[in-house]
Write a protein that binds this ligand. Sequence first.
Ligand SMILES: Nc1ncnc2c1ncn2[C@@H]1O[C@H](COP(=O)(O)OP(=O)(O)OP(=O)(O)O)[C@@H](O)[C@H]1O
Ligand SMILES: [Mg+2]
Length: 295
Amino acid sequence: MPSGKITSVTEQTNQLQTAPSTGETKLANRANDYSQTVGNIRVDSPKMSMSNVDVFYGDKQAIFDVSLDIAKNEVIAMIGPSGCGKSTFLRCLNRMNDTIDICRVSGKILLEHEDIYDAKLDVVPLRARVGIVFQKPNPFPKSIYDNVAYGPRIHGLATSKVELDEIVETSLKRAGLWNEAKDRLDQPGTGLSGGQQQRLCIARTIAVSPEVILMDEPCSALDPIATARIEELIDELRSNYTIAIVTHSMQQAARVSNRTAYFHLGYLVEVGKTNDIFTNPNHKLTEDYITGRFG
Ligand SMILES: Nc1ncnc2c1ncn2[C@@H]1O[C@H](COP(=O)(O)OP(=O)(O)OP(=O)(O)O)[C@@H](O)[C@H]1O
Ligand SMILES: [Mg+2]
């Protein structure tokens, strides 16, 4: 990685010539230059591959030309100041933005090699393959059991009641809610505490065995014990699933993720191995954010 202060245009050009493909150049240290992502946006075996994604709410642009791969079986953390577009970008990955009337998404988003914005694509199975857990728990107005059984039922994943019971139990166990919920499975999910509701929503998401799990600040309403349980779950899930998690907690990003993506004002400023992003960021804006000088 180049070091030292850039003093002239010639020096800038030289540095660009020495490391043009990785983008690992301190040129990006100019805080006002963030239109080009620093770091490797592409990976060898992407599970999802995004190219030139723009998102508009009406005529206001919220995401600018973001390109990024998410590798198979990786946990990628998305961080950045409030309003920088983390949730907006995450919602593009399973077409959740379709539910917002004024929202328009352009660019290409591939799951494996399939364009998820293809007009012929059915979003119901897509959202089973790419599940999402929101910041605010949103259990259905149904029993705890039916919340978890809902997805497996509509996608025909169980052939018998015994099998469905098993999926419900396993999902609740993995989400760390089984002990608290096992004697009240027939009671409404909305009667659980906020943290329990969040774990119920996680159980509901994993019950359909998604390939990709999107998590938007999943622990912001949880106490440290429940947070630790979710982080353990992420660790368990990473061997079979691909996870993208938005978090405001640097510690959480550092604990759970392989790579970290830093967003700023709708741009993807930098992406890299989590350890590198937290110990040796290449962009001034990333550095300012992780050291608490911004956001
Ligand atoms: N439904 C919406 N309608 C209009 N504008 C929206 C909508 N949702 C988000 N925005 C705008 O898009 C931009 C990005 O918002 P987004 O919620 O994606 O940010 P964020 O990084 O997730 O922030 P936070 O950390 O606070 O959750 C903001 O300017 C926001 O006001
Ligand atoms: Mg958000």
